[in-house]
Design a binder for this molecule. Structure first.
Ligand SMILES: [Zn+2]
Length: 220
């Protein structure tokens, strides 16, 4: 999008803070909301079934309250513009992983779901993070089987539900990869994707999401 067209759109639809809906100059979180962000990113180390390695993940906020509402509007109410604000803080938080990445990849959705929703929210986040970190985005993963929607299942069924659902296409040989998704819940999806990336030859995989449910009381 050209900068003039973007300015024109901003005049027509003034950007609002995704959390408090106050008007802001650019698509970002307002200063007051930024001050309320957790001081430290939420870090986890997730087990991977077929590897001795662990998957280190970094998330920016807990999945609750206004953060949760903003993610839901981004994901289900076509508020794609929220991706700008979300990825700005995600790109900053990626520094906590202390790794130089060769490429960025994202959790895929099926063609059918992409058609229904119009976009893959993780792909959108990955594209913007790639731009801001100047790291190429590689669509290394595909969804080979439609499964039940993860967040509608109890935790104990989620590992089973993502089995043989994802596959890596092409090679990821020797690459240090940053894997993007919007929400981190049990980690079953990210772990399944990571295993496929290791199978395709990846050297290292770390996860980066906007929100983490493990700190949210509502999701426990
Ligand atoms: Zn705000």
């Amino acid at each position: 999008m050209s900068i003039w067209f973007e300015k024109f759109l901003n005049l027509l639809f003034p950007p609002k803070c995704p959390l408090c809906r106050k008007r802001v100059r650019e698509h970002e979180f307002c200063e007051a909301c930024r001050r309320n962000f957790p001081q430290k990113s939420i870090q986890r180390s997730l087990p991977i079934v077929k590897k001795e390695k662990k998957l280190r993940t970094v998330c920016v906020v807990p999945y609750e309250g206004a953060y949760r509402k903003a993610v839901q509007r981004f994901k289900f109410s076509n508020k794609k513009v929220y991706g700008y604000a979300m990825t700005k803080v995600m790109a900053e938080a990626s520094a906590d992983l202390k790794m130089k990445f060769d490429a960025i990849c994202f959790v895929p959705i099926s063609k059918k779901r992409k058609r229904q929703r119009g976009y893959n929210q993780s792909e959108l986040l990955a594209a913007l993070i790639g731009k801001s970190l100047t790291v190429p985005v590689l669509p290394l993963l595909i969804k080979v089987r439609e499964n039940e929607i993860q967040h509608e299942l109890p935790a104990e069924k989620r590992v089973e539900n993502v089995k043989n659902v994802f596959a890596a296409k092409g090679t990821a040989k020797g690459l240090k990869l940053l894997l993007i998704d919007d929400i981190l819940t049990t980690g079953a999806t990210l772990s399944a994707c990571t295993e496929e990336l290791f199978r395709a030859g990846a050297d290292e995989v770390c996860g980066l999401c906007f929100a983490d449910t493990s700190r949210s009381k509502a999701m426990r």
